[in-house]
Design a protein around this ligand. Structure first.
Ligand code: 3PY
Ligand code: MG
Length: 264
């Protein structure tokens, strides 16, 4: 069975850098998987991507030696099961704001004796280059479980959430976190409440042996977060990169409306 290099890196205290896939397109997933990122997260929360496209993307991404992850639409057994059973190497779960919600994530993502994940399926084993029996025996050591801290409630409950056994990483969603504080959604800011919350999540995660991560927009911000001790770093998305480059060209040529159509 293949090793999940992202989980291994995080356990060793190293940084792992990935990006987000927001387009319902296996061709762009394939091309992105050849750019050097450690992992790619198929975005099922805020996009029209279907499970069929996601499963095909997981296969292509894994075949390129990159870890296929997915952000599920909402914390539910069904969402987590379908991503993992169709070949995702890990899940990113949005809006995990309490210990009970964190326990529900682990129960859905880990097989017994850690959790209550149901056995079944073929694609999970295929994507790890193994057979189902080996997958069932080893999946708990390879599947990456990431909970999102993106609400002030999660910051306040950080100790309760991050002490739940079975969580590998906590990933800060800066836009929703700002929003929950009554601030405009942003990837970064110097707002004291936001800066303190980010540091609180990082320090609490470290205390519990959990890797911390955050979504950023560019390489400079990724390096800044790594220097601060963050390990699971998402840089922008394929559509964000495409549109940023397109706008750079159209604005250099003095054409186009100047509208920003993708945030990340
Ligand atoms: C946020 O910023 O809220 C996110 O979910 C980023 O992934
Ligand atoms: Mg969010």
């Amino acid at each position: 069975m293949r090793k999940n290099h992202v989980r291994a890196k995080l356990k060793q205290g190293e940084a792992s850098i990935g990006s987000w896939l927001t387009l319902p397109d296996t061709v762009s997933a394939h091309l992105m998987a050849r750019t050097g990122f450690d992992w790619l997260t198929v975005e099922l929360e805020h996009t029209p991507i279907t499970m069929e496209t996601a499963a095909a993307s997981f296969a292509i991404i894994a075949a390129c030696g990159v870890a296929p992850l997915a952000r599920v639409p909402i914390n539910s057994v069904e969402n987590i099961k379908r991503v993992l059973d169709t070949g995702g190497w890990g899940i990113v779960v949005p809006m995990v704001n309490s210990r009970a919600e964190a326990e529900a994530v682990v129960n859905a993502a880990r097989y017994t004796p850690i959790g209550k994940r149901s056995v079944g399926g073929q694609l999970h084993a295929a994507n790890f280059d193994t057979d189902p029996a080996t997958y069932y025996a080893r999946a708990n050591e390879e599947i990456l479980v990431v909970v999102m801290a993106e609400h002030i409630e999660a910051v306040e409950a950080a100790d309760d959430i991050l002490s739940v056994p079975g969580i590998d990483a906590v990933f800060i969603g800066p836009n929703d976190l700002h929003n929950s504080m009554g601030l405009a959604p942003m990837f970064d800011s110097q707002e004291k409440q936001f800066v303190d919350a980010v540091e609180h999540i990082r320090a609490t995660a470290k205390k519990h042996g959990v890797a911390s991560g955050i979504h950023v927009l560019d390489a400079v911000s990724a390096k800044k977060r790594i220097d601060q001790g963050f390990q699971f770093i998402a840089v922008a998305s394929e559509s964000g990169m495409m549109l940023a480059k397109a706008r750079e060209i159209t604005s250099a040529l003095g054409i186009g409306s100047g509208k920003q159509v993708a945030k990340y």
